[in-house]
Design a protein around this ligand. Structure first.
Ligand code: C2E
Ligand code: CA
Ligand code: CA
Length: 566
């Protein structure tokens, strides 16, 4: 409190004036808790208090505290005066309504001071406590989002928290996110972007009705809370696709993502914010699953998030400590039955979790960008290994590495790759590059350029997971591919589906016609091997022949298959 005493010294004349004021008056500092610097006797009697008692937030009800402190700080910035009303007293029905007139006075010792007068206006507030509080908030425009007219976040959580406390029913919390809103803003202009948001807000009101709590959070994100057993398919469908007519007559198609969390308010375990966090988590998950528009929160999502957070905390350290190891899975020629190559596949040998498979951590590392670092580590390990084999006089076959989509978009990929491969003086023909079909991204000029560059250096290129994505055939036309790797999902279906068999047959035939080699991955049965051999597929990789294995074992394979037959 010493600093306020200092202030007091500086303002002694004012202090005396306060004491003589005919109304309840005080000098108040625009700090977080809105502390009183000095006040007159009328002030203390109005607030049923005394100079010895600390008065934070002017003793306002919890519902008004944040609002009052915000107002003080806001008007301190502009050095302006303001007026507001708030409620004091333990009981919302008893208590008092206070009118506050605050005039900016000065900034002393970097503290912004207001000269404030207070009046008891309880008699003017005849409505219910809630009505009166809302009407004040409306006047102050702190209830609504000015663009769309739905609530703002503060009010949303005020109301939702209250509803969750008072009810024991089921609630649906929904986080709504617009796809590519940035694009709409950039392409059609800001006014059109605003228009889209307004239409969506109106549609939300229409679908969920007046009783729903609806707010806009950030640019293109809406929060909804409805008291309801479940959300229906019709409601979801009414929201996820929207054709919106702009003022100039143009129609914009917007697609919308919904994350949904069903909450039993009777459990009383979560606050409104915690519920919404879960809806947002579900919404976030949609990004990982192609073609979905909504996702309902499950506890697995949360577990996955915890797992991912744990992995993120230790990934850098794990890399430094050599916990990532490279395994090699041999590839064989179907015709000669000889070892013709291997694929490098990374594993995380974690001291706490044991051997973790890449399916668990690669998607996370692709999201957070760590994959770039990890992949270059893998490339370096592969080069080191190859160098050792070459130096020891082994009859080396190419080793392929995986390249994530995220790399190919980095500008210095080729440069960095050349640096590693040259450092170990590895002939480029031994360092094969696998990219998944989607990484090639037909329309991406940058990718095409990178692929052509790699090809010109003489790196063998293979297209991984062929058949699992889209636009496969088109890609073959534009890309200088050496090997096409047929997705293992396809093969899995060959025993039961004639269609899958025919598709693989066609892919193999077509590839032959344009001089592209084919390899099928995930070969697990003799029957599959037989089928692939009959249709003329060139190579195979799969558990039937060999699992991914550590370096030592791969060296044994290399020796064995160079001389013998499978
Ligand atoms: P992928 O590139 O499609 O690799 C083939 C996956 O199929 C490997 O899984 C391999 O162990 C598995 N596999 C091989 N033969 C069979 C079989 O007969 N049956 C079955 N069911 N599976 C078989 P893995 O090692 O778990 O790797 C999973 C994925 O993780 C890889 O799929 C690849 O996309 C990614 N990945 C692995 N290592 C790396 C890496 O160093 N960098 C990057 N960017 N991605 C990697
Ligand atoms: Ca691969
Ligand atoms: Ca694959």
């Amino acid at each position: 409190m010493t600093v306020y005493k200092q202030i007091l010294k500086t303002i002694t004349p004012l202090d005396e004036m306060i004491l003589m004021m005919p109304t309840a008056s005080a000098i108040i500092c625009a700090e977080e808790t809105v502390p009183i610097v000095t006040a007159n006797a009328k002030f203390y009697s109005l607030f049923n208090s005394s100079p010895e008692q600390e008065i934070s937030y002017l003793n306002a009800d919890s519902a008004d505290r944040l609002r009052i402190s915000k107002r003080f700080r806001h008007f301190a910035q502009d050095k302006k005066s303001f007026e507001t009303e708030f409620h004091i007293g333990e009981d919302s029905t008893e208590g008092k309504w206070i009118k506050l007139q605050a005039s900016y006075y000065a900034s002393i010792h970097t503290m912004d001071l207001f000269l404030c007068c207070f009046h008891d206006v309880t008699a003017e507030h005849s409505g219910s406590y809630e009505q009166e509080r809302d009407s004040i908030k409306i006047q102050e425009n702190v209830l609504y989002d000015s663009l769309t007219g739905v609530w703002n976040l503060e009010h949303f959580f005020d109301v939702v928290n209250q509803r969750l406390l008072e009810s024991n029913e089921m609630f649906q919390m929904i986080a709504l996110d617009l796809d590519k809103f940035k694009y709409i803003n950039e392409y059609y202009g800001r006014a059109s972007g605003d228009m889209v948001l307004k239409v969506i807000a109106a549609r939300l009101l229409n679908v969920f009705g007046e009783s729903a709590a609806i707010a806009r959070s950030y640019a293109d994100e809406f929060y909804i809370c409805i008291q309801k057993e479940t959300i229906t398919k019709e409601e979801i469908d009414a929201l996820v696709y929207a054709q919106i007519q702009l003022e100039n007559g143009e129609a914009v198609k917007v697609s919308i993502k919904l994350g949904i969390f069903s909450y039993d308010a009777g459990s009383k375990i979560y606050t409104g914010h915690e519920c919404m966090d879960r809806a947002l988590m579900a919404c976030e998950k949609i990004k990982e699953s192609h073609g979905r528009n909504y996702m309902i929160y499950t506890t697995e999502m949360e577990e996955k998030m915890h797992r991912e957070n744990e992995m993120e905390d230790v990934m850098e350290q794990a890399l430094e400590q050599g916990e990532f190891v490279v395994y090699y899975q041999p590839k064989f020629s179907l015709e000669t039955e000889k070892l013709v190559g291997a694929e490098a596949l990374v594993r995380w040998n974690s001291p706490t979790k044991g051997m973790v498979s890449p399916g668990i951590f690669i998607p996370l590392f692709e999201k957070n960008g760590f994959i770039v670092k990890l992949d270059f580590y893998v490339y370096e390990e592969v080069c080191k290994f190859l160098r050792g084999l070459l130096d020891q006089g082994y009859d080396v076959v190419p080793i392929s590495v995986n390249v994530s989509r995220v790399h190919i978009e980095t500008t210095d990929f080729v440069e960095k790759l050349l640096h590693v491969v040259n450092k170990y003086k590895i002939p480029y023909k031994f360092f094969e590059i696998e990219m998944t079909e989607s990484a090639y991204g037909v329309e991406n000029e940058n990718v095409i350029q990178v692929v052509n560059q790699l090809k010109s250096y003489g790196f063998p290129l293979s297209m991984d997971d062929f058949g699992s994505g889209y636009s496969s055939l088109n890609l073959l036309k534009n890309m200088p591919i050496d090997v096409l790797k047929i997705d293992k999902e396809f093969l899995g279906e060959t025993e039961t589906s004639k269609r899958s068999r025919e598709i693989i047959r066609m892919i193999v035939e077509m590839s032959k016609a344009i001089d592209i080699q084919t390899i099928c991955e995930g070969v697990e049965t003799n029957q599959q091997a037989e089928f692939l051999k009959n249709i003329g597929c060139d190579m195979v990789q799969g558990f039937l022949y060999a699992r991914p294995m550590p370096e030592e074992n791969y060296i044994e394979e290399l020796q064995k298959y160079k001389t013998a037959q499978i």
